[in-house]
Design a protein around this ligand. Structure first.
Ligand code: PHE
Length: 331
């Protein structure tokens, strides 16, 4: 039996035939098992002799199977790496990264939070009241045109700026109010390299008993220098917004390589128009925002634009296409 078994084990060429051999000899109905069962017909003198023989055979067969198993698995390992150069370096795992818009947005939020501004938000589907009327924007103002603004049948609209959050916040809070509101804004613009129908804004509002134009100027200069570098030149250019008076557009001076430095518009801002406070008093039915007692400043900037300036991105559409070749550069 033992020599038959060893021959079968030696002949086994894979795990399956090896296991067949094990079953044939050591299994429940295997030959060695049968021989052990036959011992009961032997005399008491013969039993220990036979028992000894069977034990030796079982041990030999078992260790032969184990050896063969090791040999077979080594062979399998060898086969599986055949043709593979194990000295080659492994493939690098590619990691993800934050989208450039998320990076500037987070950066801006962090800077402003350190300056004491808290986060606020409001709905993207807005009422005409919060987007326009409460912001002192008359019914015949061009921004309210159906050509420029997405209206729903209900009369609601997709907010054209995050300034509506100023109103939403002041309807509930009391001065001092110091908030920022990042979020989407929508306009019916022709889509090109600098316009999309949805873009990202960051609104800011500070209202208290004695907020001055110099506070607005200092805050935004500090903010822009911490975003774009300490030597960034900042310019306030008189402008008009219905909800601020006086109003400005803010430009920063860009020094692009091989080009004449040029001023580029980056935000709108101004001192909150007393008419906005007066309207709030009416809505709230109290004088918490009495225009004779409080003053404030507000600003709004395009986050897409900040990102484009920061990295010299020439086409705003790159920011929404999610082409990895573009995104990888910011990982
Ligand atoms: N809401 C203005 C815009 O979208 C920007 C702005 C915000 C201007 C706050 C003044 C104050 O252009």
């Amino acid at each position: 039996i033992q020599s038959d078994a060893l021959a079968a084990i030696a002949a086994a060429s894979d795990e399956k035939t090896l296991d067949d051999a094990r079953v044939a000899f050591l299994g429940k109905k295997g030959r060695l098992t049968a021989a052990a069962a036959g011992m009961r017909h032997l005399s008491s003198e013969e039993k220990p002799v036979m028992g000894q023989l069977l034990n030796v055979a079982r041990q030999a067969i078992t260790s032969a199977i184990e050896e063969k198993q090791t040999a077979l698995s080594e062979l399998a390992d060898q086969k599986s790496v055949e043709g593979i150069d194990l000295t080659l370096p492994g493939r690098a795992l590619s990691g993800g990264g934050l989208h450039p818009l998320t990076q500037v947005k987070d950066d801006a939020i962090q800077t402003l939070r350190r300056m004491g501004f808290a986060l606020a938000d409001g709905p993207e589907i807005e009422t005409e009241f919060h987007c326009f009327d409460a912001l002192n924007t008359p019914a015949d103002h061009p921004a309210r045109n159906e050509k420029d603004t997405f209206y729903f049948d209900s009369g609601k609209l997709l907010r054209t700026h995050t300034s509506s959050v100023q109103i939403r916040t002041m309807e509930k809070a009391a001065p001092p109010v110091r908030i920022i509101a990042p979020g989407s804004a929508y306009r019916r613009d022709e889509i090109d390299a600098t316009h999309l129908s949805v873009f990202n804004q960051l609104e800011g509002l500070y209202v208290d008993t004695d907020v001055k134009l110099s506070d607005l100027k200092g805050t935004l200069e500090f903010f822009l220098r911490s975003m774009f570098g300490d030597d960034t030149e900042v310019r306030f250019r008189p402008h008009f917004f219905p909800f601020t008076e006086p109003s400005f557009e803010i430009d920063i001076k860009l020094h692009a390589k091989g080009q004449e430095p040029k001023w580029i518009e980056i935000a709108g801002c101004g001192m909150v128009d007393p008419a906005v406070f007066a309207s709030l008093c009416e809505t709230r039915g109290d004088d918490v925002f009495d225009p004779d007692k409080v003053t404030g400043f507000a600003f709004g900037m395009g986050i897409d634009r900040l990102a484009m300036i920061k990295w010299g991105i020439k086409d705003i559409r790159l920011l929404i296409e999610n082409d990895v070749r573009f995104l990888q550069q910011f990982a």
